[in-house]
Ligand binder design. Structure first.
Ligand code: CMC
Length: 388
């Protein structure tokens, strides 16, 4: 029974703002202090010390792995990187037509048809499928990057770690230590963020007991929008539009006057500086004085925009830079083209989505919220020839 207020109306929380929909020990976002923990470990400590395979293990299993456990998950994530020929064909066919996020969504959905365990709902099968998805998503994104730039597919190299292999499949050569370090960080920082929009989308689909491919496909769909994961590409587009660092302040001022949102700022939960943005910002501070002209300009634009936005909206409105603001120039520095930013976010976040899904299924409950009806009832049906 839903209790109605004194005005006879229910309390409606638009966008589920302030509503708890479930509980978990997977990650903690402390929005007031700007802190993030995966299974109790601060994002700073993981960024400093860990790698993506270990973070996947941590998120899914709840604790850091022993050496044999880490070796095992590393091998599983490596052994599952191959893509079925049919999936490679789908990616090739769509490349150059759809956005890589659309291609990723379609390819992950299609992967279910190649998985013999798709309908096996045992925890062991769901764990196997999760690792397959996390593994194959990086190959799908790399293959898309190849085809979009008119190059051929490169098969995975199982001797490389997850992040190095992704860069190898994308670029056709082993990454430099700096590229690998940037991307190790980006994969760790994006891996999990509590029950946000895309994780919620994943859980809603999975709560119907649809299979995990359906759930992750839903997560990808939800992540795509510029209010969520798509903000990284949109923020870079804005920086390129600004063009010259000297234009930064006038551009932002006039955008704000026109009531436009500045992509990469603001967050439903963080009312302080997003700790992930702080980690990424370190790279930009370095690039600001670097050699490569475009990167130097973008870094300077990003840092000037950050200062202005904080002065105008930081403490006064609680609108601070989020993870997506500085991501674009940093991805560019690692050789990643803009249209792959959000697909990479999705690939990394598949770890968090799978961790939440596996956890939620232990005590599943169908998501079925209510809607307050504001229309008419019992209207008279008038045949079409008599309607005005
Ligand atoms: N630039 C300018 N004003 C903003 C911004 C922004 N980026 N974000 C929020 N505001 C203003 C907004 O205009 C509104 O003002 P007013 O009260 O005068 O109408 C007020 O702040 C509240 O905004 P809201 O959109 O209703 O608040 P929300 O809690 O729904 O917003 C948000 C969260 C992320 C959708 C929003 O901050 C936003 O659209 N940011 C830009 C997109 C973005 O960077 N998204 C990535 C989020 S982090 C990565 C992830 O986890 O997905």
């Amino acid at each position: 029974m839903v209790e109605l207020g004194g005005n006879g109306l229910p309390q409606i929380s638009k966008g589920l703002e302030g509503v708890y929909v479930t509980s978990s020990s997977i990650s903690k976002v402390n929005g007031q202090e700007g802190k993030l923990y995966y299974r109790g470990f601060s994002i700073e400590s993981l960024s400093e010390n860990s790698n993506f395979e270990e973070v996947v293990y941590l998120l899914i299993n709840g604790s850091l792995p022993s050496k044999p456990q880490l070796d095992e998950i590393t091998a599983q994530l490596s052994d599952n990187r191959d893509l079925p020929d049919g999936i490679i064909k789908i990616i090739k066919e769509l490349s150059g037509k759809g956005h890589p996020m659309d291609i990723l969504r379609t390819a992950v959905s299609a992967l279910s048809s190649y998985d013999k365990e798709v309908s096996d709902t045992s925890p062991a099968a769901n764990m196997n499928k999760s690792l397959r998805i996390i593994s194959k998503m990086s190959s799908i994104v790399a293959a898309t990057g190849r085809f979009v730039s008119g190059k051929e597919y490169i098969a995975p190299d199982k001797s490389l770690d997850y992040v190095e292999n992704f860069l190898y499949m994308l670029n056709g050569e082993r990454p430099s230590a700096e590229q690998a370090d940037i991307m190790r960080n980006m994969f760790i920082l994006h891996a999990e963020h509590s029950t946000n929009a895309s994780t919620f989308g994943t859980l809603v689909a999975g709560s119907t007991l649809a299979d995990i491919y359906s759930a992750i496909t839903a997560g990808i769909s939800v992540l795509k929008g510029p209010l969520h994961g798509g903000a990284d590409e949109a923020a870079l587009r804005m920086m390129r539009e600004i063009g010259d660092p000297e234009n930064t302040e006038s551009y932002i001022e006039s955008a704000l006057e026109g009531k436009k949102k500045i992509m990469g700022f603001g967050h439903r939960v963080y009312k302080a500086y997003d700790p992930r943005a702080k980690i990424i910002k370190k790279y930009l501070v370095k690039y600001q004085n670097g050699q490569f002209d475009e990167l130097r300009k973008l870094a300077s634009i990003a840092l000037r925009a950050e200062k202005l936005m904080i002065d105008k909206l930081g403490a006064s409105r609680g609108i601070w830079p989020n993870v997506d603001f500085f991501a674009g120039p940093v991805y560019l520095a690692a050789g990643i083209p803009p249209e792959l930013f959000t697909p990479i976010f999705a690939t990394s976040r598949s770890a968090g989505w799978c961790a939440h899904m596996l956890d939620y299924w232990k005590d599943n409950k169908l998501f079925r919220p209510l809607e307050w009806y504001t229309g008419s009832i019992d209207l008279e049906y008038i045949p079409i020839e008599k309607r005005q």
